[in-house]
Write a protein that binds this ligand. Structure first.
Ligand SMILES: [Zn+2]
Length: 675
């Protein structure tokens, strides 16, 4: 005998539409039926002082089950608690359903961000104050996914599990949806009515759920971000990236870069800088370059291939600091500045100028690029040795720096080249700016996602051409920097890929995509949508393998990494690991289905490799400790991944001196699981 609910105040009614074909219940919420559901995007907390965070929810039904979808906005996924221990303390999407059973106040189904459902029956032994009974509701299916703008839950609750027949047209149940928001310390309820008399928390006042046979037709035009054109009108004269060809564990061969040039041109790049410390073998100076180093001829061959595709390859060689590979070699140790431990050249040693003149002249003589980059960054060991103290007596450090810059400027000017340098030392020692030639191009690096980049305006105001340089750490970095650089009339936007360990170029796909975007268009206002478009741009249409899922997973991973997943809270670690697993799963699905463009395949394989490696390391170093048997599983997985990684490394790099650095992650994993 069904129990009729009575209420002293009117409660709002939600129309549960019938779904023509059941959703997949995989947490993605991209089944067609959800487009047609009644989405309600108003949630409210119990307290007027605590605004609910953005959330949306919808319900559907068919003769088998009630389906629930909830999208819960969260700009910092790492704040979500989704731990294995004490699941009752996890953030929850709560589904409260009262189908009108005689002995049951309502059913409670809580789904956390792991997709794990806990179910309760609230027993009606004393009306309104019934007791909670944790029960197993058979056959309930639930899944959760992480997205760039929050997390989401999809659930199927079979009518049979609730012990009721299918509802049918016009049937009336009651129920509510609630977000138990641990980070905000609040519960936010589905607010179907704005009536202030209506209290959302009160279970006596659950909204009515009215079942309709009609399935609503999609009335909203479906917006699929991946199908919009990618911006292609350049905002900067120089658009491209710099790669570290000395310090990374993967020093790619010239042939590697040559074969990948079309991909970079395809992204709208026209400039590439090659950063060298000691891994370029000059005819005039060759002894410091280790086995496998490039020769200047290799560099020029790469440059010629780039030029054929309309791209400028700009040679870049360190010339002051960042020279330990050169200055720790026995042939050159005498040229190191005192106290720099072989890091920086002595600015007054006659051998310094002799050597640098020969190297830079050789570099400039054969190069077709109008530019040569001398770096000269982070070089504050100036004038410390007895020879410098005598030679530069009474000089401010900036003037010592200036004489070095003027000297190299002269060498390059004689070959008709414009000198590029980093700007940081000029910022530190502004007296170096006096009479510094304004044809020097300043590369201004900002690797963080900042509010302002004041140096861009400062250099422009002083009459310098400036190239804004982002880093490959935070995907939003080039967007904002690019907008500021554009406003200041910067001549270029270059992203820098510095030394890294064990992670191939494909791991950085999103940063190359962000750079491509920023070089051509204003910052996007919706990061999750941007990721979907980037996915389509880099990997092609996903089709049956899940259009947009890879991009949304990458967005979720970015989101989950944002607020310190490395902090030793299990919840942070668990969320990040879930986001990493989700990315790995979507990447596998995509590769297995063959739904990836030719240009994108290698990057996707490499991104997958990197994620698997980073996840293994996170698991191995889990602060909560490892379960019995887990260390061996991790060790086995790492061993098989290492074979794959080394094969790729040999094919792309193979420089013996860097092999040890390449295996750094594996060593850390082995150490953790053996301790
Ligand atoms: Zn010196």
């Amino acid at each position: 005998m069904p129990r009729a609910r009575r209420s002293l105040v009117p409660v709002p009614e939600y129309r549960v539409m019938r779904c023509p074909s059941p959703p997949a219940v995989d947490g993605w919420l991209d089944s067609p039926c959800w487009r047609d559901a009644n989405w309600v995007d108003r949630f409210a907390t119990e307290s007027v002082d605590t605004p609910a965070r953005p959330a949306r929810a919808a319900m559907l039904w068919d003769e088998t089950a009630l389906y629930v979808a909830m999208k819960l906005g969260e700009p910092r996924l790492a704040r979500i608690r989704a731990a294995e221990d004490a699941p009752e303390e996890n953030d929850n999407a709560e589904i409260l359903i009262d189908p009108g059973l005689e002995d049951t106040e309502y059913y409670f189904i809580g789904v956390d961000a792991r997709g794990v459902a806990r179910t309760f029956r609230i027993v009606l032994d004393n009306f309104g104050t019934g007791g909670w009974r944790e029960i197993v509701l058979p056959d309930i299916r639930a899944a959760a996914r992480l997205a760039g703008d929050g997390w989401q839950v999809e659930a199927a609750i079979p009518h049979a599990s609730l012990g009721v027949p299918p509802p049918g047209e016009g049937a009336l149940w009651h129920g509510n949806l609630c977000r138990n928001d641990r980070a905000a310390d609040s519960r936010a309820f589905w607010a179907l009515s704005e009536d202030p008399a209506y209290a959302y928390l009160e279970q006596m006042l659950f909204p009515a759920l009215r079942f309709c046979e009609a399935s609503a037709a999609a009335t909203v035009a479906i917006h699929v971000p991946g199908h919009e054109p990618w911006p292609s009108r350049p905002r900067f004269g120089l658009r491209g990236f710099m790669h570290d060809t000395s310090r990374g564990s993967i020093v790619y061969t010239p042939d590697y870069w040559i074969s990948r040039l079309p991909k970079f041109r395809d992204l709208g790049f026209n400039a590439i800088l090659t950063y060298f410390e000691n891994h370029l073998r000059y005819q005039s100076h060759s002894s410091f370059a280790p086995e496998g180093s490039w020769t200047v001829d290799d560099l020029l061959r790469y440059q010629a291939e780039a030029a054929r595709l309309g791209m400028d390859l700009i040679p870049s060689q360190t010339s002051l600091g960042h020279c330990p590979g050169i200055l720790n070699h026995p042939d050159y140790r005498h040229l190191a500045e005192e106290g720099s431990d072989g890091y920086q050249f002595c600015a007054s040693h006659p051998g310094t100028q002799e050597m640098l003149a020969a190297m830079f002249d050789e570099l400039a003589a054969g190069s077709s690029s109008p530019y040569v980059m001398i770096n000269a960054d982070e070089s504050s060991f100036l004038g410390d040795c007895p020879r410098c103290r005598e030679r530069f007596a009474g000089w401010p450090r900036g003037h010592i720096l200036r004489q070095h810059l003027l000297f190299l400027h002269g060498v390059l000017h004689a070959r008709g080249k414009r000198m590029m340098m980093w700007d940081d030392m000029l910022w530190l020692y502004p007296e170096a700016l006096e009479d510094l030639p304004r044809d020097i191009i300043l590369l201004d690096w900002h690797y963080g996602h900042e509010r302002h980049y004041p140096s861009l305006a400062a250099w422009r105001g002083l009459g310098f051409d400036v190239v804004a340089c982002s880093g490959m750490y935070d995907v939003r970095n080039p967007f904002r920097l690019g907008d500021h650089a554009c406003q200041q009339g910067a001549m270029g936007l270059i992203s820098t890929l510095w030394e890294e360990h064990s992670l191939f170029i494909g791991h950085y796909w999103q940063h190359f995509a962000a750079l491509s975007w920023a070089a051509h268009a204003e910052a996007p206002d919706d990061l999750e949508n941007w990721y979907r478009r980037a996915e389509a741009r880099v990997f092609g249409p996903g089709g049956q393998a899940g259009e947009g899922r890879l991009g949304r997973s990458a967005a979720a991973l970015f989101n989950a990494s944002r607020s310190g997943y490395r902090r030793p809270q299990a919840s942070h670690s668990a969320l990040w690991q879930k986001a990493a697993r989700q990315f790995i799963e979507t990447a596998w699905t995509r590769l297995d289905a063959g739904a990836v463009s030719d240009l994108g395949r290698e990057w996707l394989e490499e991104a997958l490799y990197a994620r698997r490696l980073l996840l293994l390391r996170a698991r191995a170093e889990d602060p909560a400790g490892l379960a019995e048997g887990e260390p061996r599983m991790i060790a086995n997985e790492a061993a098989s991944l290492k074979v794959e990684g080394l094969a790729r490394w040999k094919a792309q790099s193979g420089m013996p001196s860097q092999r040890e650095a390449f295996l750094e992650h594996y060593e850390a994993i082995e150490k953790s699981v053996n301790s």
